[in-house]
Design a binder for this molecule. Sequence first.
Ligand SMILES: Nc1ncnc2c1ncn2[C@@H]1O[C@H](COP(=O)(O)OP(=O)(O)OP(=O)(O)O)[C@@H](O)[C@H]1O
Length: 233
Amino acid sequence: MAYISLDQVVKRYQMGEVTITAADHISFDIDKGEFVIIVGPSGAGKTTVLNILGGMDACDEGTITVDGSPVSSYSSRQLTTYRRYDIGFVFQFYNLVQNLTALENVELAAQICKDPLDAGDVLRHVGLGDRLNNFPAQLSGGEQQRVAIARALAKNPKLLLCDEPTGALDYVTGKSILKLLQDTCRQQGMTVIVITHNTAIAPMADKVIHVKNGRVDRIDRNPSPTPVEEIEW
Ligand SMILES: Nc1ncnc2c1ncn2[C@@H]1O[C@H](COP(=O)(O)OP(=O)(O)OP(=O)(O)O)[C@@H](O)[C@H]1O
């Protein structure tokens, strides 16, 4: 059985009289340590899938299994534990606490985990060894995203979920963030899922899941993924 498995997952949103089927029988598998990209146009259902996989929302039909556990039949209490211990999140706009330093932001997240990594060590790993005591406002966008990635990794999660992690960054900085995610996947065996609009970066992934109108349109596998520094777009 795959490390992560979605089988016929359906999610509907009721908007007054209208029902929107944001995820329409979505199925895919992900292996441990895989780098996966989910691509598709705006409104395709990418964030919906990520929210369901991350335990922030429940699906209406289908099953989700992560590391042998039936996430789709979890109670809200079990989902809280799952989000807290098993999932690292990285968002487009970093979502750092502005009045805490880089180190304190990472320590804060580490406090609610079972087996956290050392906050300073993780910040050094993401290249911020000399910025530990800076506040978010004193850091560039790329540096703030590195803090957010460190915060997610310090939890030592089973799965790193990234929703448009380079959406607010320029080309070079965005590329360096993708390199950090790719290196983390390869060097630590971390399972990483990245949502993006940018189909050009597809060659860097082990697996590319194309989503369209709430459905999986196609799944591509790259037997030998390209290092992101060799991709131009
Ligand atoms: N909480 C919600 N309530 C109602 N409709 C929603 C909700 N969340 C998403 N939707 C709808 O579900 C569909 C899929 O949205 P989703 O955010 O998953 O797409 P997306 O592929 O992530 O798009 P984008 O790239 O623009 O973020 C859209 O039609 C959206 O309007």
